[in-house]
Design a protein around this ligand. Structure first.
Ligand code: AHG
Ligand code: MN
Ligand code: MN
Length: 338
């Protein structure tokens, strides 16, 4: 007789975790399920992207007579709709919206959580069929659930995160998240549309050997980053160097690979963009939260990312994240600036 391994679905897993908190009311469980539902819808659309392009070439309207939307707008609207309908989230900050979107709906208005998100990360990779993602962060609303929500409810340091995660739309689609008790990864079984626990308790592996950086910007990097890159490239068989260079250009995909295989992600400031490119609230902080939960580290070169309180919604930050020892080494190079 063939014995099958018991599958744990994302919903089962979230419920089990909820039972570990005797006072939990199930709000976060419902909110995470809303995110998973939106992810499945976005996944379906992304998988059809090439097809849509072919069909779209005969005219710019789809069967409902709507103009075909760009995928990042579609992803944004899908996540907003799911969270609004779920009623647990009272406001959203998104890369695609200049201001906080606060809900006035009967239930959502009184939701206990706020969400910050990058609905489609790495979207310039869509047309070349390279992995892209969604990043999400969940904070507890600061004010009373009967008071109007303000920007202050969402401008919180990453260390206040209740949950954070990403969805990677790749060779398979995965949802990886943490509520502050480790990182767990779920793979979408497309035949039944269910996320199944495939990567329990994810941790950076030992002996990491990958560095990920857009080296096209090398000449503009701070001296410390340049020296660290040279260090990565130098021969040291005992230290496992030279390291391997891998860069996709989707933070989610680069981080995910580095988490599984062991590597550092580097996006420094440059002379022209001293704060780099990545956004603190919905790119750096959630990824930093996962990195720490996976035994790693995340820094802006001087400070722990999770300690930084954003001053504005779309604020940028230099970002270095990966296994502890790698980020620490890079920080040493930055301090010495040699
Ligand atoms: P987004 O598609 O949400 O704007 O994010 C793109 C980001 C991030 O995913 C990636 O790490 C970085 O841009 C790549 O930037 P470069 O092209 O400058 O390397
Ligand atoms: Mn992004
Ligand atoms: Mn984006």
């Amino acid at each position: 007789m063939v014995t099958r391994k018991k599958i744990t679905t994302l919903t089962e897993f979230i419920m089990q975790r909820q039972y570990e908190y005797p006072h939990a009311r199930g709000s976060l469980t419902r909110l995470l399920n809303d995110i998973a539902t939106a992810a499945k819808i976005v996944n379906r659309e992304i998988n059809a992207a090439g097809l849509v392009d072919i069909l779209g070439s005969t005219g710019s309207e789809n069967v409902q007579g709507e103009t075909q939307k760009k995928l990042d707008v579609f992803a944004n609207e899908t996540f907003i709709t799911a969270l609004r309908g779920g009623g647990e989230c009272c406001a959203i900050a998104s890369e695609e919206n200049e201001k906080v979107i606060s809900f006035r709906d009967q239930y959502a208005e009184h939701g206990r959580y706020v969400v910050a998100m990058d609905p489609l990360d790495g979207s310039s990779n869509i047309e070349s069929n390279v992995s892209i993602g969604t990043i999400f962060s969940v904070y507890r609303r600061l004010g009373d659930t009967n008071d109007p929500v303000t920007e202050m409810d969402i401008l919180q340091a990453g260390k206040e995160l209740v949950a954070a995660g990403y969805v990677i739309y790749g060779s398979s689609t995965m949802l990886v998240y943490s509520t502050g008790r480790g990182v767990n990864g779920f793979t979408l079984d497309p035949s039944v549309g269910i996320f199944c626990l495939s990567h329990p308790n994810m941790q950076f592996p030992g002996n990491p050997r990958i560095y990920s950086v857009n080296e096209g910007n090398y000449v503009h990097f701070p001296q410390g980053v340049k020296s660290y890159i040279k260090y990565c490239q130098e021969d040291d068989p005992e230290g496992g160097r030279p390291y391997t260079s891998r860069y996709i250009g989707s933070l989610v995909a680069d981080f995910h690979r580095n988490l599984i295989k062991g590597g550092i992600f580097i996006y420094p400031g440059t002379e022209r963009m001293p704060q780099g490119k990545l956004r603190l609230l919905y790119e750096c902080s959630p990824v930093a939260f996962l990195a720490e939960q996976a035994g790693g580290k995340a820094s802006d070169g001087e400070r722990r990312i999770l300690d930084i309180i954003p001053q504005t919604l779309h604020q940028r930050s230099p970002f270095f994240t990966g296994p502890h020892e790698m980020v620490e080494k890079l920080e040493l190079f930055l301090q010495e600036d040699l």
